[in-house]
Structure formats: structure tokens, C-alpha cells
Design a binder for this molecule. Structure first.
Ligand code: UDP
Length: 331
């Protein structure tokens, strides 16, 4: 069993990874400032309320807990916001991550799993996109993660420090046991937004752009179930703990769905026919973003279990209904 520190473990993806790690019997410390996370989402381990930029607290926690590995989820993730507030993103996602890595190295902790993103590719010149595609982010969010990937590469060359960077495609769905799920106050993601519209929280769902060069004119994305993504973290951890390597992997299924296909599936799953409005393109959306996931399947032997859009949406819908009825936001 490993000792793992999980930053951002009270957030959407982090909490699903914590659940899986906890079920496997690992010893966990969850480190989260609860700016976007929730205490109720932490089903295993001890929760320490702290910010990743707080070097003093990090040193204290590292000295006490001595983790074998750090998984780093804590980050801001809204692309639109990053365009308006770039400093907020570079400070939290890049600078604070550097503080975390520095504190790790000072405490002889040298295994790191980083939550990266398909946004590092910008508008890909080739689909499906492979890990060796040039990194050309088109917004501060993607750039803030690209900087960290570069920093990690440099540090792993210069010292005994190993990392795995996982580039997430469109993460969606919720814990099939329905104990945790996405709980952002203002999610702008398509599936969550469509489900909230079905629930009546919004009057209509807007489709951003219908003139893209895709099969029905709307953007194509590779939607991956959050539990399959959580499994990828367990495999990445085993890989890092068993050998001296550093690597980067795409996390997606390798095929995509258009916005219209997603909207129709949401209507089918919820049995609710909500209002849809076709509007202009949203700035900075690549027409198509689909992973080539052969590397993670070959190297980490990742075998996704929930590669099914209906299932992804069904789990998200079950969670969405429970979240407003039984769970108090921000508790
Ligand atoms: N989208 C949309 N309406 C919405 C939210 C998203 O048409 O209310 C589209 C968006 O333009 C993109 C796709 O759905 O083409 C996925 O967007 P999302 O924000 O979920 O993820 P992204 O791919 O931007 O990370």
C-alpha cells in the first residue's frame, strides 16, 4: 500500500480518484483549500485545508506524512475566466505548482502525477491527436498547464524526480454509486449544462456554432467517464512507483461525439425535451478534439470500462438529481 498526498482531492476528478484509492486501501492525505471542493466529497483519508502556494504548510505536511507520491489536481479550470484573469491562472496553476514541486524535492519526495489537459494542443493539426503533437495552447488555461509540463520535463532531467502527466480530454459522468459527482456552482461544460437545462435550472441550452467542418456542423469532443480517468491515475501511480520513468499520456477513448449528438443523448436519457438555441461559435473552440489513446492502452494497459455516452450521461443525471435534492452545495 502506498502513502499518497492528493491535492484538490475534494474537487470533481480528485474526489473520484480518492474514492478509488481509498477502496484499494491506500493511505491518503487530501490537501485542498476548498475554494471549489467540498468536504462531503472526500470519502477517504484525512483532509487538510490548505493552499498549494503555502510552502510552509506543505513542508509541515510532507515532514509529518512523508508521502511516496503526490497527485496534483488542485487547479482552476475555466477557459473563459482564464482569458479574463490570466494572472489568477498563472499564479495558481503554474506558480503554485512550482512551489509544490520545490517543497516535494526539499523533502525528498520524487514521484508526481500531474493533471494536464488536451488544451495544451490548442487547435490540433491532426486528429486523433498523439502525445508528440506540438504544444500550442490558445488560452491562458492551456498555457498555464503547458508551462508546468515544461517545468516537469526540465526538473526530471536535472534530478531524481519522476512524473506522469495525464492529458485529460472531456471528463464527464459521475460515480456509479452516486456518492460524488460534479459540484461546481457555475459549470459551463456541455453535459452538465444540458442536464441542468433538462432540470429547469436554465431556460435553454445554447449550441455554440453549427458551421464547423464536422459531420453535423457542431464541435466534436472525446468524452471520458471520470471513473475510467480515475483508473488511469492508479495505473500511472503503479508505473511511477515501480520504475524510474517519466511520461505523458492522453486520456480519452479515441472517438468523439458532436454537440448535437450529446444534446440528443441527454434528451433521451432524461426523457425531457428542453429548449435548444443555435448561436454563434464560442471563441477558442477547436472544431474537433479526439485523443489517440493507444499509448496509455499499450504502456499502462489501461482498459476503460465505461466507453458509452449514454452511461456517462446516465451517471451524471443520477448525480445531478441527487445533488440538488440531498446534498447542500458548499458544505
Ligand atoms: N458547448 C455548447 N453549449 C454549451 C457548452 C458547451 O455548445 O452550453 C460546446 C462547446 O462549444 C464545445 C463542446 O460543447 O464545442 C464542449 O464544451 P465544454 O465546455 O464541455 O468542454 P471543452 O471542450 O470546451 O473543454
Amino acid at each position: 500500500m502506498a502513502k499518497i498526498m492528493v491535492t484538490g482531492g475534494a474537487g470533481y476528478i480528485g474526489s473520484h480518484v480518492v474514492k478509488l484509492l481509498g477502496e484499494c486501501g491506500h493511505k491518503l492525505i487530501v490537501y485542498d483549500d476548498l475554494s471549489n471542493g467540498n468536504k462531503w466529497a472526500v470519502l477517504y483519508g484525512d483532509l487538510i485545508k490548505g493552499n498549494v502556494g503555502d510552502e510552509e504548510l506543505l513542508n509541515k505536511v510532507f515532514k509529518q506524512f512523508k508521502p511516496d507520491i503526490v497527485m496534483h489536481f488542485a487547479a482552476f479550470i475555466q477557459v473563459n475566466e482564464s482569458v479574463k484573469k490570466p494572472i489568477k491562472y498563472y499564479q495558481n496553476n503554474t506558480s503554485n505548482t512550482l512551489t509544490l514541486i520545490k517543497a516535494m524535492i526539499n523533502n525528498n519526495i520524487n514521484k508526481f502525477i500531474f493533471s494536464s489537459t488536451a488544451a495544451v494542443y490548442g487547435i490540433p493539426s491532426k486528429i486523433p491527436v498523439t502525445e508528440d503533437h506540438p504544444l500550442k495552447p490558445i488560452n491562458p488555461y492551456g498555457q498555464s498547464k503547458t508551462f508546468v509540463e515544461k517545468i516537469l520535463k526540465d526538473i526530471s532531467y536535472s534530478s531524481n524526480f519522476n512524473y506522469v502527466s495525464l492529458r485529460y480530454f472531456n471528463v464527464a459522468g459521475a460515480d456509479p454509486d452516486c456518492k460524488i459527482g460534479q459540484a461546481y456552482r457555475e459549470s459551463t461544460h456541455l453535459i452538465t449544462r444540458a442536464l441542468k437545462t433538462a432540470k429547469g435550472e436554465y431556460e435553454k441550452l445554447q449550441i455554440f456554432g453549427t458551421d464547423y467542418p464536422t459531420k453535423d456542423g457542431t464541435c466534436v469532443r472525446d468524452y471520458i467517464h471520470v471513473v475510467d480517468l480515475a483508473e488511469a491515475h492508479i495505473l500511472a501511480m503503479d508505473y511511477l512507483l515501480n520504475q524510474n520513468v517519466s511520461d505523458v499520456f492522453n486520456c480519452g477513448y479515441g472517438h468523439g461525439f458532436t454537440v448535437r449528438e450529446v444534446v440528443n443523448t441527454v434528451k433521451k436519457v432524461t426523457q425531457i425535451d428542453f429548449l435548444v438555441e443555435e448561436t454563434d461559435r464560442r471563441e477558442g473552440d477547436p472544431p474537433e478534439l479526439v485523443a489517440d489513446s493507444s499509448k496509455i492502452k499499450n504502456v499502462l494497459k489501461w482498459k476503460p470500462k465505461y466507453d458509452n455516452l449514454e452511461f456517462i450521461i446516465k451517471t451524471a443525471w443520477e448525480w445531478e438529481k441527487k445533488y440538488t435534492t440531498e446534498i447542500k452545495p458548499n458544505s
